[in-house]
Structures are given as C-alpha cells and as structure tokens.
Design a protein around this ligand. Structure first.
Ligand code: ADP
Ligand code: MG
Length: 290
C-alpha cells in the first residue's frame, strides 16, 4: 500500500543471531505489503480494529474477498486470524469484551450497520469450525434445520430436494443417502465436517468462512475437504484460516499473512510462497517461527 510498508524497523542482527526462533515482536509492521483489494469485491474490510478489553488483537486491517476465490489466512498462532474471520459474520458480537471498529461491507452493504440483522448476515456468510459440530439430530435434520427456520423450502418435497442437493455439493450424499435418519454425530470426523459444510450450503450463503476446518481430521479426510473447497469456489467465496502452509498453497488463490494483529502481506498464493516481499512473511514460510 505504501512504499515503505515492507521496511524493517528492528536490527537485522536479531534474525541472524537466532536462526530458528525469532521473537515475534522484534519487527514492527507499517501497513500491508501487496494489494489488499480486488476488483468487484464480494466483501471489503477497511481499517478494521478489534480489541478484547485492552488487548489490541487486529490493527487497521484492510482486506477484500473476491468472487469465486479462496482466500487463505495464515500466520503464527495468536496473531488474530480467527478474530478477523469472526468479524466477517459478526461472530465476535457474542464476546462481551470484544470491540470491533472500522468498516466491513458485503456487496457494498455495511454489515455492522444497526439495520443489519446478524442472524440474516450469518445465512449469507456461513461458517465452518475447527471441530466438526453437527447438531445432536439426524443427518437429514442437520441439513434441513437452516432452510426450515429461514423458510427456504415451501413443502416437504422441496426440503428433501434441498437436503439432497446440499449433501451432494458437500460430497457426502453417496456415503449417507441410505442413513439419512441416523444421528449426524455417528459419522466419522471427516464426514461430520462435510455434513457441517452441507449445513452451511443449505441456506445458500454467498461466503463460507472456515477456521482450520481440517485440523481435527486425518490426511484422507483432509484431502477430501480440500478437493471440496476447490469445487465450492465455483459458487461461493471462501475465506479459510489454516495453520498448514501446504494447505494454503493447495487450496487458495490469494493468501494473507497475519502477524501479531497486523496484516503483513497479501498476494497471489504462488507469489507469497515463492517470492514473499516482506521479511516476516519469508521468515514464517521458511519455518523461522510459528
Ligand atoms: N475471547 C477472547 N477474549 C480475550 N482475548 C482473546 C479472545 N479470543 C482471542 N483472544 C486473543 O486475541 C489474540 C488473537 O487470537 P486469535 O484470533 O484466536 O488468533 P489466531 O486465530 O491467529 O490463533 C490472541 O492474543 C488471543 O489470546
Ligand atoms: Mg485461530
């Protein structure tokens, strides 16, 4: 954004002296390197700051999410990735100490405006969590629940169709079609996560937020979810927090690197992983910290 954004404000010797572990706080960040904007954004965050009481968890972050893209958010633990993700569908509203300011728009509409209903917002901006969390209900009911309470299906047959198409889009239909009335919690971890994705899809969101959706899954289940994310991109925008750089490289088109509440660098995923512009990004992707 500005020419001096990538300049380091600490002594380079700090890095040279300690090859492996570098103090996270030894470098200060002045703005974001790389283009935070896209043309025709689906979502646009501007000057977003988040506090938990006195703790400044997100600092002046600007970031767009485009149509039909997967944006990955990476960075060391505790750097604000989940906090930022939760701002995008106002999940932080439920945390009493949390204060959010700045502007976040969905299709040009301010999601923090007093006229915006957070429940309606979360239909448009769905979320999938780290630990699969199906409702203690049947597979069918897990998917039917949202459309039913939001009045998205007019009769039984159209509800059943919606459940089927959502399970198909989540790549789960063939595995569960004969067990729709069994409890969702009886599925394997990977299947439960795909059930949660089906549940999110069922209400026709525009954006799906995923916070480390594979970290509780084995490699085969992870590969299935990654494949699915790539397919979902055709119809949705996806923002995914991941601690796996390989996963970010595999599934996303753009990558955002967070460091202690700052958005350090944003760019095409291939550029971030092959020629990062900021020293901090380079140190993170080469394993110096994190
Ligand atoms: N509910 C909360 N209350 C107070 N502090 C929090 C809360 N959630 C996160 N934080 C703090 O905000 C910072 C960012 O956390 P988080 O967004 O969870 O980071 P990440 O997802 O990158 O690991 C951390 O210092 C964390 O301790
Ligand atoms: Mg997190």
């Amino acid at each position: 954004m500005n020419a001096s954004a990538g300049e380091l404000t600490a002594e380079p010797e700090d890095f040279l002296a300690t090859k492996k572990t570098v103090e996270l706080s030894s470098y200060k960040v002045n703005g974001t390197v790389g283009d935070v904007t896209v043309t025709n954004p689906r979502m646009r965050a501007e000057q977003v700051n988040v506090w938990y009481g006195q703790k400044h968890a997100i600092k002046n972050v600007n970031l767009d999410i485009g149509h039909n893209e997967v944006l990955s958010m990476i960075g060391p633990s505790g750097c604000g990735k989940s906090t930022f993700l939760r701002c995008l569908n106002r999940m932080n509203d439920t945390i009493a100490s949390c204060k959010v300011n700045g502007s976040i728009k969905l299709d040009g509409q301010d999601i923090y405006h007093r006229d915006m209903d957070p429940v309606a917002l979360r239909v448009r901006v769905g979320m999938v969590f780290q630990k699969p969390n199906p409702f203690p209900k049947s597979i069918f009911e897990n998917v039917a629940y949202g459309p039913r309470i939001h009045g998205l299906a007019t009769d039984k047959a159209s509800l059943a169709e919606l459940v089927e198409s959502s399970l198909k889009k989540a790549g789960l239909w063939d595995e569960v079609k004969d067990y729709l009335h069994q409890p969702g919690t009886g599925l394997s971890g990977g299947q439960q996560q795909r059930l949660c994705i089906a549940r999110a899809i069922a209400v026709s969101p525009e954006i799906i937020l995923m916070d480390e959706p594979c970290s509780a899954l084995d490699p085969i289940a992870t590969a299935k979810i990654e494949e699915l994310i790539d397919e979902l991109r055709e119809n949705y925008s996806i923002a995914i927090v991941t601690h796996s750089m390989q996963q970010a490289a595999r599934v996303s088109q753009r990558t955002a690197y967070f460091h202690l509440g700052d958005l350090v660098e944003v760019g095409d995923t291939s550029q971030i992983f092959t020629s990062p512009k900021h020293q901090l990004t380079e140190d993170y992707i080469t394993g110096r910290f994190g």
